[in-house]
Design a protein around this ligand. Structure first.
Ligand SMILES: Cc1ncc(COP(=O)(O)O)c(C=O)c1O
Length: 391
């Protein structure tokens, strides 16, 4: 008996669709309805008093709940709006005008992060882009070689969004520390489906969001900074939330706190923080080790099913190199994806990857088989053709 299936009832959308898109947006837990009502009730009845009755600390508490899942020390995570902005806050701790000004990126990185660091060239940053060779993997040797004494930052995804390639974070962090560079590990695509501990990895920074595998909805991104770095690194992007005495409204230079609030700036978002809590609690109870074991088995099933039908798989076959998604690349993938969605099989499509299918702990093997059968049906009946864009 698959114990994880007992959570199915907690996710309303699972009744109505074949939900295989947790790489993009995890299913909403039923309890979010109540949390949203709590938010509205608090605002409506407590008004401005809500700040001192919990709102001020709400995001730090959510940060600790996230930290508990990621093996982070309490008080080490601050909450922001999205991952791109967490990169902005982190990079604002650094000066790119010296000799150590290199940012090492990989060309399979999430594009928003690449756009952001390319712009930092205006502040003196030098970009070294490590190129992939097979569209799936980041060549580890090339990446480690690129990290040298002139490297300042290595912003890198733990799991690559296109191919679900799981990188050797430890090797990257060790190499960076050998030469005095900082690693910003983006765990968006691993947190909640691949077990790891930020503390054990000794990573400098980690960033991610809760909306995918953590079932927490949009609007909550987290920024982890290794606690011993706090006295040393101070973000230029800052504001009154980071002040030791925000309610003294002192004008002048900031007297920054040395806890996670020190990475904050202006008024925090509250509504998404309410919404994220039930998903985080379910993931904690389900257990990421259990989720991973099931994920390996389900992604294996997807790979075998795709292989049997002659479709190309743009995801590593070796589970030790694979996150929770399988990218299946068959001709007319985009149109097939549109038809799958029209049939209530929720998946997505990414160029150079294919149709991304992401089973999570709440899925059934039958749903995987059904999705594969439907792709085969759409191919054999040419049902994808109705989604062709007019030339
Ligand atoms: C690895 C990774 N990083 C970042 C993002 C998104 O960043 P942001 O929160 O800035 O939209 C995604 C979204 O799909 C992602 O897969």
């Amino acid at each position: 008996m698959d114990n994880l299936l007992r959570w199915r009832d907690e996710f309303p959308i699972i009744d109505k669709t074949t939900y295989l898109i947790s790489n993009s947006l995890g299913a909403m837990p039923r309890a979010v309805y109540d949390r949203l009502k709590d938010y509205a009730d608090t605002w409506a009845t407590r008004g401005v008093r809500a700040w001192e009755e919990g709102w001020w600390e709400a995001s730090a508490e959510a940060g600790d709940q996230i930290g508990d899942l990621l093996g982070a020390e309490p008080g080490s995570i601050s909450i922001h709006q999205n991952v791109t902005l967490t990169q902005a806050v982190i990079s604002s701790c650094f000066d790119f005008t010296g000799r150590r000004n290199k940012v090492v990126l990989v060309d399979l990185e999430f594009p928003s992060i690449v756009y952001f660091y390319m712009e930092q060239r205006r502040r003196g940053a030098r970009i070294e882009m490590v190129k992939n060779e097979d569209g799936v993997r980041v060549p580890l040797g090339k990446l480690l070689e690129a990290i040298d004494e002139e490297t300042l930052l290595v912003p890198v995804s733990h799991v690559i969004f296109r191919s679900s390639y799981l990188q050797d974070a430890r090797a990257i962090i060790e190499r960076a520390h050998e030469v005095g560079a900082y690693v910003i590990l983006d765990v968006f695509q691993s947190a909640g489906t691949v077990p790891f501990s930020l503390r054990d990895l000794e990573v400098d920074f980690a960033v991610g969001g809760v909306l995918k595998w953590l079932c927490g909805g949009p609007g909550v991104a987290y920024l982890y900074m290794r606690p011993d770095l706090r006295p040393k690194l101070k973000p230029m992007i800052t504001g009154w939330l980071a002040h030791q005495r925000p309610f003294d409204f002192e004008v002048g230079e900031i007297d920054r706190t040395e806890d996670s609030y020190g990475m904050l700036n202006g008024t925090p978002q509250i509504l998404p923080v309410y919404a994220c809590r039930p998903g985080l609690e379910i993931i904690r109870q389900a257990g990421i080790e259990n989720i991973r074991a099931k994920s390996v088995q389900m992604t294996e099933r997807l790979i075998r099913g795709a292989e049997a039908r002659g479709w190309r798989v743009n995801t590593p076959y070796d589970p030790a190199e694979r996150g929770g998604t399988v990218s299946i690349d068959c001709p007319h993938g985009y149109e097939i994806m549109r038809e799958l969605v029209a049939r209530d099989i929720l998946v997505d499509y990414r160029p150079q990857a294919g149709i991304r299918l992401s089973p999570h702990f709440y899925n059934l093997d039958d749903e995987i088989d059904f999705a594969l059968e439907q792709i085969a049906d759409i191919v054999s009946t040419s049902a994808w053709e109705r989604h062709l864009q007019p030339a």
